[in-house]
Design a protein around this ligand. Sequence first.
Ligand code: GUN
Length: 283
Amino acid sequence: MATLINGKEISATIRNEIKAETEDFVKKTGVRPGLAVIIVGEDPASQVYVRNKKRACDEVGFYSESYELPAETTQEELNALVDKLNKNDKIHGILCQLPLPKHLNENEVIMRINPAKDVDAFHPQNVGNIMIGDYSFLPCTPAGVMALLERSGIEVNGKKCVVVGRSNIVGKPQAMLLLHANGTVTICHSRTKNLAEECRAADILVVAIGKADFITGDMVKDGAVVIDVGMNRRADGKLTGDVDFASVEPKASYITPVPGGVGPMTITMLMQNTLTSAKNSVK
Ligand code: GUN
């Protein structure tokens, strides 16, 4: 039987810490951290994320603005909004919810956000800083995973870590953070030969490939720590991870559930980055 890593609880604890730190910071400086969230179109999943981000801002005492733009928004209009937010002193973090509708260029938007307000840490300057290991903005989801490990007392130092998935948002930065924590890291992906064997070697297995119930019990070593970053909708509308919980849980020492594992941590790390940005702005 694995110990469940409760992301909701850990997230609530960290948000309370951020809230206290924010109160203190506002008192000292008169500056309230501010986050702007942009969403283009009506993707229901994105709308839920954006609502949750707004709620999290209220919870920790941040100022926030939401921009819900129609699906037909042009690149020029989106660029103009980013330019305006870059200049707005009340805004310390700008997040443009991805994916964008097909006619818009995501890279152009990422490149346009002032790196000092890029609380997603998607701009190449921030990505580069993460690679070097000298960074102020955390890559949100991977940093959420690291916080779950740390607060559950799970040591990374010297461990064999396998990351399944190589996206820019999760897989690649996750591998870097595990490496910075002295893990021995392997990145696996859809073309990996003997994927099951690679996964079975892991002391810590982080899965972010976006395929429902993909990792099964036979792919996991006895006593492994299993972190499920997946968020997939089943046909019946239920949320499920990339890990087949029923067959993996009996083998793992620790496991994250979906929902209630990594999910809540991503937004918490976004709050952390927004506070960091506000602090940087008064330095
Ligand atoms: N879409 C899915 N995850 C994310 C995220 O962390 N940031 C942004 N901007 N869009 C996303």
